[in-house]
Design a protein around this ligand. Sequence first.
Ligand SMILES: Cc1ncc(COP(=O)(O)O)c(C=O)c1O
Length: 433
Amino acid sequence: MDRYVPSRSRLLTSSRPLPDFDVVAARGPWLHLADGRKMFDGSSGLLCVNVGQSSPKVFARIEQQFTRYSFGGAAVVQPHIQMELRDRLCHAVGRPEDSVALVTCGTLGVEVAVGLARNITRVRNGKRRGDILTSHLSYHGMSVLTLALAGNHARRPRPEDALGLGPAFPAPYPPTHGQAERACDASCADEVAKAIDSRGAANVAAVLLEPVNGTTGGAYVPPDGYLRRVSEICRERDVLVIHDEVLTGLWRTGTPLASTHWDGAEPDLCILSKGLGAGYTSVGAVLVSPELAPLLSHDDADPLPAMGTMATHPLQAAACLGVLDELESMDLDTFTARGERLGESLRALADQAPVRDVRGLGHLYGVELAPDLLWPLMAEAEKRGVFFYPFTGAGHPRSEGLVVAPPLTSTDEDIDFLTAALSDAVTALHPNG
Ligand SMILES: Cc1ncc(COP(=O)(O)O)c(C=O)c1O
């Protein structure tokens, strides 16, 4: 079949100055371009292609389901494949007794988590509980509600369109919690307590946060003890904790969930998306702890939030099972060591003048740059055959840089290629270091 090359002008899509590769094939982390070049995707698509492209395991699962039936919503056929997915997913993330709601993307996962949290707290603690508190450095999706709730200042709606909502507490990171005299630590969680108390706990359903920051600030990692303290503060006030692990979930930060890095940080509800579909399917999953899920079927409970026509699509579930097959066949020791090596090589860049800071965990890092160097560095990296996701930051002056997030199935050689290309690109910007 001839390649159809349509006109671009009427497709309403990203307005960012991102490269637009003409891709004819893709294998693992590599994009094969029409002009014969190969490009390493150091961004895993939009932080979602976690098991690389063209996975035979994912293909086998989709093919198997395709030959059975291609659609069957939960009200039409019994959701066997979705039940299998629930079991596999919950075991994979160490929450085997959780209940799961499936939806079609991260944003809808957040929306459904908000609905479930309100239902739960209203059955348990009274009808006023509706507020959802978020941090000033956060992104929770692209719907009217989630944009209004979150702190990502580049994407915040105009005040008159924000439904009267907005972020409620500073995140424990320099751009929104700058403290000249001392670094952020676990006591930054006191800001969460202040935010709940100023609303009145009886009005608050949940605190919603990214346990490790994604693209808004560029992979900030919370101070030790912070997430545990947030959970304690919320528990003391009968407020639920929702972790948005849309980006970080399923080993992106080296562990099944980002919260797994810290004791006592388990949330009541947890949202997964990008790493579950891994770019093969659009999916979101909301996990609800076994202590709370029974309240959703209590006589006084409101109806469950609607999850959408495509919420329990069998091909979606099949693709997710294939992704879990891939993730569970990784040699975890090798994978962990590779993430550490990636981190070490990136941290070594912090000695070079254009780089201001390197932070992150596992296969997720933020490389913060001196002002005005982001796009020149993207161009230098691209010349060397590698592409990253830009973050355009927060604070004044804005912190900006690259999110480095290769597929989790990258090999040692792949990671060495990526770090060498990025290091050369940084040197090219500033030859004298
Ligand atoms: C932390 C976080 N939450 C929610 C979303 C929204 O997910 P989606 O784009 O799949 O709707 C994103 C997407 O980037 C995200 O990074």
